[in-house]
Write a protein that binds this ligand. Structure first.
Ligand SMILES: Cc1cc2nc3c(=O)[nH]c(=O)nc-3n(C[C@H](O)[C@H](O)[C@H](O)COP(=O)(O)OP(=O)(O)OC[C@H]3O[C@@H](n4cnc5c(N)ncnc54)[C@H](O)[C@@H]3O)c2cc1C
Length: 465
């Protein structure tokens, strides 16, 4: 195992040019601090390659000299996986931003790792198509980060997460060799599926430099509604009924009274419905065929939803967005949760999944689970309820106090859930990976890591510590 040199910055600057290597702490500050402010580290250098061959040069040198690297995209990750908590070099992929379409194929798009989700969505729209994954950090989250975390988002129940969009990747291995699987075939059973292995690997196996992704049909009509419920249980039941019975469903998101009130306070928004509710669903319905309309009002879509909502118990007020602007206003009550919670304090973010039958009870029970170990903590919950995915946010606990994380993640695992629904394990949950993964699985993970990154230079403190 090589011994890392004390000052890698000068050598890295020689390799890729001094303008691509930042050491000034007033600039590196935003690269060493995560989006929540919970994870703050330090780095000897931020390296910003402009092309795949520069990534390869940097990694080959780091491999040879045993220099640990943290790949970073938009730095919107929520589990401390993209920041240098042990003094690693930061490899920022934001400079690899090109987007192109494969010749003669308008159903695929080749995006550089640094292209943002918004860049990809805009380019897809220019081609009359859509990229299926969408999430609130769309202006900043990058393709590389989304592949590395297998990002989910708002439309998983309709189109799947990043894995289901991924056709191929270009990536640089730890030793600097470039792996390219960009043939773009729908059927290709020629051995191991390497793009799928890298998807969700959180920068521990290779650095993604580009991704070939599927484009879906563009949305022609869309309807957004917000429905109030008298309990979490009735809201969850209605959400599951929508998943089963509403073919045009594209998103169904759960928010709670406390979170909606917080968003209203923090952003000066009016109440979404005339009568406050205990729980709310934000529901989006889409059609990808038929004529496009300039207004969102679509009576057929509303009727499809009404057929389920009308017979759901516990329904309160309903708001139906009559315009695009009104739809965006309704979405704010869900999408501004993350920002609003960050304003209350540094959150512990525990993104988890439950089996459908355990979700409503978990929402009721988790405040007491947290209260037992942190009586002064506040719990904020919301999530992609159609996927059984709950974002449990806890404020009022110091960043390093892990008692709350331990209590919540054990509760989840005991109920057959996953301790990471979509954000990954990162640094935040590495201690608890064994709750969901057997020793045989962990040994297999370690064998794969050892084969691809024998000197452990790629995100060595993430996922498999
Ligand atoms: C407001 C808000 C809303 C969010 N909503 C969702 C949501 O609905 N669904 C969801 O899944 N996530 C969500 N997230 C989390 C986050 O946006 C996603 O995890 C996203 O995929 C991270 O992309 P990024 O470019 O910011 O990655 P970063 O934060 O920079 O990195 C994340 C991880 O990927 C690794 N990585 C980054 N780039 C590369 C690369 N090129 N090659 C190899 N490894 C790399 C990093 O080392 C790190 O481990 C949200 C975050 C915010 C702030």
């Amino acid at each position: 195992m090589p011994v890392a040199p004390a000052t890698p910055a000068a050598e890295l600057a020689r390799l890729v040019g001094p303008e691509q290597v930042i050491v000034d702490s007033s600039i590196t500050d935003s690269y060493v601090r995560d989006w929540t402010g919970r994870f703050v580290g330090s780095t000897p250098a931020v390296v910003r390659p402009r092309a795949t061959d520069e990534v390869a040069t940097v990694l080959a040198w780091c491999h040879e000299h045993g220099v640990a690297v943290v790949p970073q995209g938009g730095n919107t990750g929520l589990v401390g996986g993209g920041v240098p908590l042990e003094g690693e070099v930061v490899l920022s992929l934001r400079g690899l931003r090109s987007i192109s379409l494969p010749e003669g194929d308008d159903r695929r798009l080749l995006a550089g790792a640094g292209a943002t989700l918004a860049d990809v969505g805009d380019e897809a729209a220019r081609r009359g198509r859509a990229y299926a994954v969408d999430l609130a950090a769309r202006a900043t989250a990058t393709v590389g980060g989304m592949v590395a975390t297998n990002a989910g988002g708002l439309h998983v129940l309709r189109w799947g997460g990043t894995r289901q969009q991924l056709v191929g990747v270009e990536a640089v291995l730890a030793d600097g060799r470039v792996l390219s699987t960009l043939r773009g075939l729908d059927k290709d059973n020629t051995g191991y599926d390497l793009p799928q292995l890298l998807c969700g690997s959180e920068g521990t196996l290779a650095v993604v430099t580009a991704a070939l992704v599927r484009l879906r049909p563009a949305v022609r009509r869309r309807q957004v509604c917000m429905v109030g419920f008298d309990s979490v249980e009735t809201a969850v039941d209605a959400a599951l009924a929508c998943c089963d019975e509403v073919p045009s469903l594209s998103a169904v998101e759960l928010v709670l009274h406390g979170g909606v009130a917080l968003v209203m306070d923090e952003f000066g928004l009016p109440a979404p419905l005339a009568t406050p509710a205990t729980a709310y669903l934000v529901i989006e319905l889409v059609r990808t065929h038929g004529p496009a309309t300039t207004t969102l009002s679509d009576d057929d879509l509303v009727a499809e939803l009404a057929s389920v909502v009308d017979r759901s118990p516990g329904v309160g007020d309903v708001a139906v967005a009559p315009s695009d602007a009104a739809a965006q206003r309704l979405w704010q009550y869900r999408e501004l949760h993350t920002d609003a919670i960050n304003r209350v304090g540094v959150p512990h973010k525990l993104d988890v999944t439950f089996p459908a039958g355990a979700l409503a009870a978990a929402v009721e029970e988790l405040p007491a689970v947290v209260g037992a170990v942190a009586p002064r903590a506040q719990v904020w919950m919301f999530g992609h309820v159609g996927d059984g995915n709950l974002h449990v946010n806890v404020t009022g606990v110091s960043a390093g106090d892990e008692a709350v994380d331990e209590a919540v993640l054990r509760y989840v695992a005991e109920r057959g859930g996953s301790i990471s629904a979509e954000h990954g394990i990162g640094r935040a949950k590495a201690r608890w990976l064994h709750l969901n993964r057997s020793q045989v699985e962990l040994d297999t993970f370690a064998a794969i890591k050892g084969a691809l990154d024998p000197h452990r230079i790629l995100n060595p403190n993430v996922l498999l510590r």
